[in-house]
Design a protein around this ligand. Structure first.
Ligand code: DQQ
Length: 495
């Protein structure tokens, strides 16, 4: 049933059936990439979470592996095995995760067989039995674990009631017994409002600390997902300095302009030294539609994260994504004057587009994907992306989903964010369409969304100058191949 759903992506990772949320335990082990994920194999709802598992040698074509973590019949993870990480404990694959028990989260550890297929929770679980003494926490879950000066360090995501999100720091020599060091950094939920795109939330989910270097500069980055009272808001990051036992934040950034549609990201470093990130593309259709479809949740494509010259983060799809490209078409559309519209010579619901455009002040480029029907047809569908350059030179990327679907029940919230500018107004736009998954990158800034066109002919691509003149110096487009044989997954995980 899930495989027949026209909204099911074909080259983004999705679970064989049931529910998928956060990426977990990302890593490279003996030359194989491992993607674990929050998984309910029995139904497309978030309930009694397992760890699903898939492997790949190229980051884009995945093989399903047996379920890795199963909630215990009793004990600290009886209600679920929530998010965590994979570490190499002197050759032993080891997972640090949040057990769920009585509505609380308890840090747990499991060790794996050398092929990472069989996992056993350790006897010492929970490895941290109580939250930090004297601190009134809102929640206590998700882990970032690393080696430093001959010991293990760990961050647990949390929030301090009445203040804001927090990351708590712990030390250990054996991953089993942990000593509380203190709060690494605490946010301030009173800055801004809950609906604002950079509000830092009352709790931080999926904290992830890493260092990036570019030229001679090194920056520490703390990625987190801003959460409040059962509501998943958006992924953010602090750029700052991690020294001793504190992280001093210097500036806050939005990791993705799609809000909750790129949530709970986790990063890891591969052998080439690349910092890669995956995130969870939440659904934008009602739960009843997911129940009917039999599946929920999409994993993003792998993204390469770098430090941009302006000190913010830049993201691009990892180079391996190009392995799925088929039959490229390259054109030079040239100058489009105000109001001019062109139909692009590719159609489909599995596409990769690269567009280089130069925007003059006051001009804007419109790109419609998954388009059906004439442009002003009320019975038509189209998902609209806009790149707008104002008189002062600032460029905004906007997503307009108001006509993405004739189904009024799906999420059509507008999304937008600033695009770093080049002196000549040039923008490199990359747009990846995979059925209901949409990933957009404009000069390294991502905007991720879900779209649910109802018309089978919603496959068109159109370009227009919606105001002023724009020059499209290059347009390259590809069809994207399926990442695996979907029919073969039907029977998994073994009925
Ligand atoms: N999802 C997990 C939690 C995490 C949240 C539970 C983020 O560990 O905080 O499935 O989506």
């Amino acid at each position: 049933r899930a495989q027949a759903d026209p909204h099911r992506p074909r080259f983004h990772f999705v679970s064989p059936a049931g529910w998928l949320n956060d990426p977990n335990g990302l890593g490279l082990w003996d030359g194989t990439y491992h993607l674990f994920y929050q998984y309910n194999p029995y139904s497309p709802v978030h309930d009694r979470i397992h760890w699903g598992h898939a492997t790949s040698t190229d980051l884009v074509r995945w093989t399903d592996e047996p379920v890795a973590l199963v909630p215990g019949e009793t004990g600290p993870d009886v209600e679920g095995c929530w998010s965590g990480v994979l570490v190499d404990d002197g050759g032993t694959p080891t997972i640090v995760y949040s057990g769920r028990h009585d509505g609380r989260e308890l840090p747990c550890v499991a060790t794996g067989s050398s092929d990472l297929r069989a996992w056993t929770p350790v006897e010492e679980n929970p490895v941290i039995a109580a939250t930090p003494p004297g601190v009134d926490v809102t929640a206590f879950r998700d882990h970032c674990v690393w080696r430093e000066d001959g010991r293990w360090r760990q961050l647990v995501g949390s929030g301090i009631r009445g203040r804001g999100g927090a990351a708590f720091l712990y030390d250990s020599t054996d991953l089993r017994s942990w000593e509380y060091v203190g709060p690494l950094v605490v946010g301030d939920a009173s800055i801004g409002e809950a609906g604002e795109p950079d509000w830092t939330g009352t709790m931080w989910e999926c904290v992830d600390l890493f260092r990036l270097t570019a030229q001679d500069a090194a920056r520490d980055v703390l990625v987190f997902s801003a959460w409040d009272e059962g509501v998943t808001h958006h992924p953010l990051y602090w750029i700052g300095a991690y020294e001793g036992d504190v992280f001093t934040p210097h500036r806050l950034g939005r990791l993705d302009y799609g809000g909750r549609h790129f949530y709970a990201p986790q990063t890891f470093q591969d052998v080439q030294g690349r910092r890669l990130v995956f995130g969870w593309l939440q659904e934008g259709r009602p739960d009843a539609a997911s129940l009917l479809a039999g599946w929920s949740g999409v994993m993003s494509l792998p993204r390469h994260v770098t430090l941009a010259p302006d000190g913010t983060l830049a993201q691009e799809p990892a180079a391996e994504v190009s392995l799925l490209r088929r039959g490229g078409i390259r054109t030079v559309p040239g100058r489009l004057s105000a109001g001019e519209r062109r139909v692009v010579a590719i159609t489909g619901d599995q596409l990769d587009l690269e567009i280089d455009v130069v925007l003059t002040a006051g001009s804007s480029l419109e790109l419609d994907v998954r388009a059906a029907g004439p442009v002003d047809d009320a019975a038509g569908e189209r998902t609209r992306l806009l790149l707008e350059r104002d008189g002062g030179g600032a460029i905004m990327l906007r997503l307009d989903r108001s006509r993405s679907s004739l189904d009024a029940a799906v999420d059509a919230t507008p999304r937008s964010g600033e695009v770093p500018t080049e002196p000549d107004g040039a923008v490199r736009l990359r747009v990846i369409v995979d059925h209901s998954a949409l990933e957009v990158f404009a000069n390294g800034r991502p905007l991720t969304a879900r779209i649910y066109p109802t018309r089978p002919d919603a496959t068109g691509v159109e370009l227009a100058a919606s105001s002023g003149a724009v020059t499209v110096t290059r347009l390259e487009s590809w069809h994207m191949a399926d990442a695996w044989d979907h029919r073969s997954r039907e029977l998994w995980p073994g009925t």
